[in-house]
Each structure stands twice: as structure tokens, then as C-alpha cells.
Write a protein of this length. Sequence first.
Length: 139
Amino acid sequence: MNLWLFSAGVGTGIAAIMHLVCIYWGPNGYRFFGAGEHFAKLAEQGSYTPTFVTLGITAVLSTWATMALYAAKATAIIPMTRYLLLAVTGVFLLRGILGLILIFNPQGRSELFWLISSAICLVLGICYAIGLKQQWHSL
């Protein structure tokens, strides 16, 4: 089993669960996890927008986690798994780098949010990159 892809899959799965926790906690969850005051106020007003957006993110993260966990065991669950995981790697690394830049222009979110979430994305991106490099021939 490839521990890098396993770690990436578990980390991405935890991120998906945390998005569900955010929905469960409602406006306070959006505030706590740094989604921004705008999202928190929409949730307070009874808008479904924050819930649907967060569920969409949860679905994407869950899919990525599943792919990583299967790839950790050298099992491709869909065609072109290696290229899809390469794209996921790129998304996490790009989000991590761009998020660090946004610390200087937080756009409604806190600097702490950008710092922590960017660090998490960079760590996950690195896990995906190392694991995918090791598992490339098996997928």
C-alpha cells in the first residue's frame, strides 16, 4: 500500500467531513471554518446557497478521497485514474500557493483561514504528488 496516497485520501476525506460539520453547525460553522461572513449571513437568513455550495465541495472532496484510497492499493477505479489524480494534485498545489498569496488580500476571509487552509492544501498536494509518482506505473 502506498502510504502517501493513503494519507492524501484520508486527509481529503477528513476535509470532506469537516465541510459536512460546517453545514451541521450552520452560521457558526461557516464562521468558525472561515467561509466568510457573507456565507454565515446567508445561512442565518435561511438561504440554501451555503449548504448547496458546501455539499458540492464535499462531493468533490469525497470523490478525490475515494480515488486516492483506491490508487494507494494500486487499483484504478475509473479509466485515466492517474491523469485525474494528477489534476487533483495540481488543484491542491495551486490552491495552496494561491491561498498564501491571498493572505495579503483576504477577500472577506481571515488571514488565518488562508494560512491554515493553504498549508493543508499544500501538504495534501505534496502527498498526492509523491504517492502518484510512486504508483504511476501501477495505475
